[in-house]
Design a protein around this ligand. Structure first.
Ligand code: PGA
Length: 251
């Protein structure tokens, strides 16, 4: 039976009300014992509340970033140990919006991954190419370079991590990569990780995933789930994606 991981990245959206609605929608689903892990990744301010709401459920809770140190003079920052203390188990790292807005480099992402792993969090590490890089046929080179840099900078093996392939041009655009494009990159990532780093990780696809296209994406042999943005804010839509993973895991 295949394993799937569905992560809902709320970005700077949501509310306590949405957490309650999401909890109600997800508690209808047969997630327990399904080989599917589903999680909500809220803004920092809601993580503790989310952990309380989902305490008795199989749904995991995470944040969308963390610092590379466990404490210190870093005004405005949140450390991985703090996230653990409030009930998070996972953290998204290297999202293209954070690379773009906060200048996170691959080596910084590697440092953050090591800090997250040391604290006991599972990082979901994002890589992906721009439209210009895709158009110049550099996708595989760019993505494997990002991975090599991240792995080089992490002082901890990434064995207990999850990866997300998120082509930047597909994020929030409604233009998901085609299953063929997704499969090609995922299989290249898996081969590269195995051959060069002796790593076998779950690789999620992210970029305009909806309940309507999730089935065909999960049918790709090298896709292990999804990192979902916009659709993770709609309880029915997000449940539809999780349900699609539950059916794919049974095949
Ligand atoms: P999207 O975002 O599903 O809205 O395209 C995905 C992401 O940014 O993780």
């Amino acid at each position: 039976m295949r394993k799937y991981f569905i992560a809902g990245n709320w970005k700077m959206n949501g509310s306590v009300d949405l957490l309650n609605k999401m909890h109600n929608a997800l508690s209808e689903l047969p997630v327990q014992g399904s080989n599917v892990t589903a999680g909500v990744f809220t803004p920092f301010i809601f993580v503790q509340h989310a952990a309380e709401i989902f305490k008795a459920s199989p749904i995991v809770v995470g944040a969308q970033d963390c610092h590379w140190m466990s404490s210190g003079a870093f005004t405005g920052e949140i450390s991985p140990t703090m996230l653990i203390e409030i009930g998070a188990t996972h953290v998204i790292l290297g999202h293209s919006e954070i690379r773009r807005d906060q200048g996170d480099s691959d080596s910084r992402i590697g440092e953050k991954a090591a800090a997250a792993l040391n604290a006991g969090l599972t990082p979901i590490i994002c890589v992906g190419e721009s439209l210009a890089e895709r158009n110049s046929d550099s996708t595989i080179r760019i993505v494997t370079q990002q991975l090599d840099e991240i792995i080089k900078a992490s002082t901890k093996p990434l064995t207990n991590s999850v990866l997300a392939y998120e082509p930047i041009w597909a994020i929030g655009t409604g233009l998901a990569a085609t299953p063929d494009q997704v499969q090609e990159v995922h299989s290249a990532i898996k081969e590269h990780l195995f051959d060069n780093h002796n790593l076998q990780l779950l690789v999620l696809y992210g970029g305009s995933v909806t309940a309507a296209n999730a089935g065909e994406i999960f049918a790709c042999p090298s896709v292990d789930g999804a990192l979902v943005g916009g659709a993770s804010l709609k309880p029915t839509e997000f449940s539809g994606i999780v349900l699609s993973a539950i059916s794919a895991a049974q095949r």
